[in-house]
Design a protein around this ligand. Structure first.
Ligand code: GLA
Length: 392
């Protein structure tokens, strides 16, 4: 749906009033490499997608707030002070969580608003539809209220909304990428300090191909929390050897080798090994990108997937099948799962002349192996959150 169609729907839904609407957009994200590193204080390399969540918003004459979406049938209108104090287990928990966080930093809403969202990101596919919803809400409301829109602060606030109101214990990567993405750039983010560098993502004749396994990510929350606690256990043990260690990702692979035997539990040791080696892989793959060595970058993607499969154990049959199908195609430079894992999407770099052929072969092979029909998205790197002005 384009902006014109969406604003038309907005007018049909909410009618006219004396105020004018504004339109905002936040993308989804794909993580190119550096998985399960954000909550371990390491480096990640996500990029904003060209599709995301668009929000049309307009001031109301009363203090009520009204949420509606073209994707979801649930709608609600009420007073922020009285009607949104607990979770509803509906999609509106994400924007409501953001408003609660705005209140905590002294930026309570002074007016009422009508909001209409439209999302192009498949839900539950690991492309950060929730972060996109949070970030577009924060950016739009701060803009409407005449506040500064600092996109690093918006990322932090949106992560808090997700952790505290929605109750999902995610790291900062998704919100950060959605808020700070730049067209044709990947973001090298140090998750401990939030220092970041925009790295030109020039893939020449190679395209990013995202494949949705369409496997429901059933266990994602419980397994995600289990991995976090395994990393905490490893850190606690290693801190006995290095008291100043704050995060697992601060260890170099060599340091880890000399210390790893102190972690007696083999599973916990493998989790830590993934974190330390994946962190180094992010830095190596950024160097490869800067040197224009896409082949090396593709190899690091493949290694990352293996590490997530065998050491961190967050892939599963569907993600493994999809990645293997990509990797056997000569037009593919590299492929890996992206996001939390346990289903969701993979990301691959595929030669532009081979994209159609590869998608056909991978789609067929994957379906035969799993019985599931996948979806494919060939996409470029888009902008982080922004206001859409020119099209209306
Ligand atoms: C999910 C979380 C992120 C990150 C990834 C794994 O997407 O929301 O914070 O931990 O998993 O890299």
């Amino acid at each position: 749906m384009n902006t014109e169609q969406l604003t038309k729907k907005f007018m049909e839904k909410y009618g006219d009033n004396k105020h004018s609407y504004r339109v905002f957009n936040a993308p989804g994200r794909v993580n190119l490499i550096g998985e399960h590193l954000d909550y371990n204080g390491g480096y990640v390399l996500p990029a904003a997608l060209e599709f995301g969540t668009t929000l049309v918003i307009r001031e109301r004459d009363d203090k009520q707030i009204s949420f509606a979406s073209t994707n979801m049938s649930y709608e609600v209108v009420g007073s922020i002070k009285d009607d949104f104090n607990s979770k509803s287990d509906q999609w509106t928990d994400y924007p409501v969580g953001v408003i609660k966080e705005l209140e905590k930093i002294g930026k309570s809403l002074t007016k009422g608003y009508d909001l209409l969202y439209h999302g192009d990101i498949p839900n539950g596919a690991g492309l950060s539809s929730s972060a996109s919803l949070e970030v577009v809400t924060a950016y739009a409301l701060l803009s409407m209220e005449g506040h500064e829109t600092d996109t690093v602060e918006i990322a932090k606030l949106s992560q808090k909304a997700e952790n505290l109101f929605v109750g999902v214990n995610s790291g900062i990567m998704d919100q950060f990428a959605v808020a700070n993405g730049r067209k044709d750039h990947a973001i090298l983010l140090m998750c401990d300090t939030l220092e970041y560098e925009l790295v030109p993502f020039q893939t020449g004749s190679y395209k990013i191909v995202i494949a949705n396994t369409n496997k429901r990510r059933g266990l994602v929350d419980s397994k995600y929390n289990e991995r976090r606690s395994e990393c905490d256990q490893a850190l606690e043990i290693l801190q006995k050897e290095i008291p100043a260690l704050q995060y697992l990702a601060q260890l170099s692979p060599d340091q880890f080798k000399t210390l790893q035997d102190s972690i007696l539990n083999e599973t916990v040791r493998r989790r830590a090994q993934h974190v330390v080696e994946e962190n180094q892989r992010v830095l190596d793959s950024v160097n490869a990108l800067k040197n224009g060595d896409l082949e090396a970058f593709g190899q690091y993607m493949n290694q990352s997937h293996d590490s997530l499969r065998y050491l961190y154990e967050v892939t599963g049959d569907e993600l493994d099948a999809m990645v293997e199908e990509f990797q056997r195609e000569s037009g593919t430079l590299g492929a890996r799962m992206t996001g939390a894992g346990f289903g969701g999407c993979t990301v691959a770099l595929v030669h532009e002349d081979e994209v159609d052929k590869v998608i056909k072969a991978v789609g067929g092979g994957y379906e035969t192996r799993t019985g599931l029909k996948p979806d494919f998205y060939v996409c470029g790197v888009g902008h982080g959150v922004h206001e859409i002005k020119e099209e209306i």
